[in-house]
Ligand binder design. Sequence first.
Ligand code: G3P
Ligand code: MG
Length: 231
Amino acid sequence: MILFGHRGAAGHEPENTVLSVRKGIELGSDWIEVDVFCVKGELIVFHDRTLGRTTNGRGFLMWRSLDYLRSLDAGKGQKIPFLKEVVEALEGRVGLNIELKGPRTAEPVARFLDPYMAGTEVPRILVSSFDHAGLRRFCLLQNRIPVGYLYRKIRIADVTRAREAGAFSLHCALRAIRRPVVLKAHACGMKVFVFTVNEPDDIRRMADMGVDGIFSDYPDRVHRMRLEGRI
Ligand code: G3P
Ligand code: MG
């Protein structure tokens, strides 16, 4: 199973910060997942629409100036990062899963990725979203980057629909994933990644179900189970 460090390593460090991304790599993640909004034309790494839960700021993210957002403490003195700062922190050591959040994020992310597409090798980047229309717009602009369709609930019919739309992978909530969905996705040539899997019993269960990857706030737990041959 591929191990995605969820929001970096959100169980250990303030989520979606450079510190968390570095921790996710240190703890054995193969890929790092971050959430991305476009605010005032800049791509920033952040999960919520509001600032209160993870920063010392208040109000709606989209209504605030970039100067204000960058002045905030996102935990342990970390700033809300720009997407480019996260890419730099990866140093090409692991893959990057960019989850599109908020309105009108697909186009600026596609433009952001343009410079990385110049070589013959496709960079290790996966773009995903609950906003499937946004993913379709993204694909029109960047057709070599794989896209993952996110689901909180999923039916078999969604699998074929995602395949027809060109999805590379299905990203399903832990409580929603069932073996028939995994089998159908594999029969259609798609990967299945499950979020957010933190408990050892669930990690084991996902391995037994044959999913292709999991997102975890505690990449170290998954990494250790792999080393011990328990998954
Ligand atoms: O991309 C997987 C997972 O991060 C989706 O849910 O709310 O944690 O962004 P959320
Ligand atoms: Mg996410």
